[in-house]
Design a protein around this ligand. Structure first.
Ligand code: FAD
Length: 460
């Protein structure tokens, strides 16, 4: 182990209430494993925190021993920034508490909570806030990069619902940040990733949602993509903001509602969601069926938490993954042509191209109000390369990069840090655009030595 004495480890153990996990421990591999199987890093020390007070102790230990430091929420980050080789990993997987104040409609969330933990706790009171679409994603990483999902059109980005945070800085100071306290830090944290400190508690505004929503999938043959995409463009932005539809182009998974002859064929899927009266939902959904000749449909009333888990079976950990994303203010024909071309040569059965609609509440916030500043973006596109064997790495990555390049002329610039893979370091500045200089200034104030650099790094 990297120059750390047994005595030093004993001292760390005595300082914290959580666990210190070392490479020789039985649970070491389980705790260091993350969602993207391409990333295999071996921290020298894992501090599995039990309370907020364990965090300054872990930071202090890492700095004292000259160890790299990384922070793990639920380990979903595609770039694998949660892990470091030979350094100290701060693991929050035992800090998953979510408490709800129903009077103020606020939730107080620990940094190891997944979206599933969050949704379950708040939906017990018929409440929700916009988070992502896969329940095993971590609330921490998702929020710190911006965060969007089915409720974003109506209620904004996840950061737009963030009321305050508790943060431990590089110096080990525990700070509270909100609009009225340490407001520069609060601004930077809303999109600036894990660059400024370790967040130990998030406070969110909640909104009444469900518990029943109308949601589901309508599946069309990929051959009908051109008119379908044009209809999607013409229709969706004019619909009420409690209605959302995303486009997914991929091979049909063996879903029970699809005929067997459709399984494995190229399809275009409309994934739709409506939070409101079912009769209104039915009216909004009806036109979608006429955009082509569906080969299958599974749409109906269901609990919001069930829909929030609907994509989990397609997004299990253990696969190899490579992503690239663009923002769009409008969907041009040239983009559709590129999508159709590249969805027509998927390099593995699990790859997909999707467009998520975020037009609505996020666009009503000014670009300099939060560190995430793409307030003109109405759509986020992600090319999701996903495959099983390392021998296919080059093939799938080349496909994703080629599609990314082909779709670039139609994009509005910028990027979403939460969808960036490791070697995209050069895009961090672009991801923050006009907000980058202020982020650097705040980084210099709170982390001048760049202790927190296992992230999409903003250099001080
Ligand atoms: C299957 C899947 C589906 C997704 N769907 C969506 C979606 O619908 N919408 C969306 O917006 N995004 C989505 N994402 C992207 C997601 O937001 C990012 O992957 C995010 O980083 C995941 O957060 P995490 O806590 O699980 O990640 P981790 O890998 O645990 O952490 C990511 C990084 O966040 C920082 N970090 C984590 N915890 C803390 C903390 N307490 N304090 C300071 N910094 C911290 C660290 O820099 C860390 O490296 C999805 C990702 C996956 C894999």
């Amino acid at each position: 182990m990297a120059n750390i004495s047994t005595n030093a480890i004993a001292g760390l153990r005595a300082q914290i209430q959580g666990q210190v996990i070392l490479p020789e421990d039985a649970n070491y591999d389980e705790v260091r494993s993350i969602w993207n199987a391409m990333i295999d890093k071996r921290p020298a020390v894992i501090v599995q925190c039990a309370t907020t007070n364990d965090v300054p102790a872990a930071i202090g230990f890492a700095r004292q021993h000259g160890l790299e430091l990384s922070i793990r929420g639920a380990g979903h980050n595609i770039a694998g920034n949660a892990l470091c080789d030979g350094g100290l990993l701060i693991d929050h997987s035992k800090m998953k508490g979510v408490t709800v104040d129903t009077n103020t409609k606020r939730a107080y969330v620990e940094p190891g909570a997944t979206l599933g933990d969050f949704d379950a706790a708040v939906q017990a009171h018929g409440l929700a806030t916009p988070v992502g679409i896969n329940s095993t994603t971590g609330i921490a990483g998702l929020t710190l990069g911006g965060g969007f999902g089915w409720l974003t059109r109506k209620y904004g980005m996840t950061i737009d619902a963030l009321v305050s945070v508790d943060v431990v800085t590089a110096e080990g100071k525990q700070l509270h940040a909100s609009q009225s306290e340490n407001d520069d830090l609060f601004w930077a944290i809303r999109g600036g990733g894990g660059n400024f400190g370790v967040v130990t508690r998030f406070e969110f505004q909640l909104y009444p949602v469900g518990p029943e929503v109308t949601a589901g999938l309508i599946v069309f043959p990929a051959a009908q993509s051109k008119p379908l995409l044009a209809s999607y463009r013409d229709y969706m932005e004019s619909t009420p903001e409690n209605f959302n539809t995303w486009v997914v182009m991929r091979q049909a998974p063996p879903l029970p509602f699809l005929p067997e002859t459709v399984h494995g064929t190229d399809v275009l899927v409309l994934a739709l969601f409506h939070a409101g009266a079912q009769a209104e939902a039915e009216k909004l959904i009806a036109p979608l069926r006429g955009w082509g000749d569906p080969v299958g449909e599974h749409v109906g009333a269901m609990p919001y938490v069930q829909w929030q888990q609907a994509f989990d079976p397609l997004l299990t950990p253990g696969a190899r993954n490579y992503w690239k994303s663009h923002n769009f203010t409008e969907l041009q024909d040239g983009l559709f042509n590129a999508m159709i071309e590249y969805a027509g040569k998927l390099p593995s059965p699990q790859c997909e191209i999707f467009i998520g609609l975020i037009a609505g509440a996020p666009n009503r916030v000014t670009p300099d109000a939060t560190a995430w500043g793409h307030r003109d973006a109405k759509y986020v596109l992600n090319v999701h390369g996903r495959w099983a064997a390392a021998s296919d790495d080059d093939k799938v990555i080349a496909w994703a990069r080629a599609f990314f390049k082909a779709s670039q002329p139609f994009a509005s610039g910028g990027a979403y840090v939460n969808f960036m893979t490791e070697e995209e370091g050069g895009r961090v500045e672009a991801a923050y655009g006009a907000n980058f200089a202020r982020l650097q200034e705040i980084k210099r104030k709170y982390d001048p030595e760049n202790v927190f650099h296992h992230n999409q790094n903003i250099k001080p």
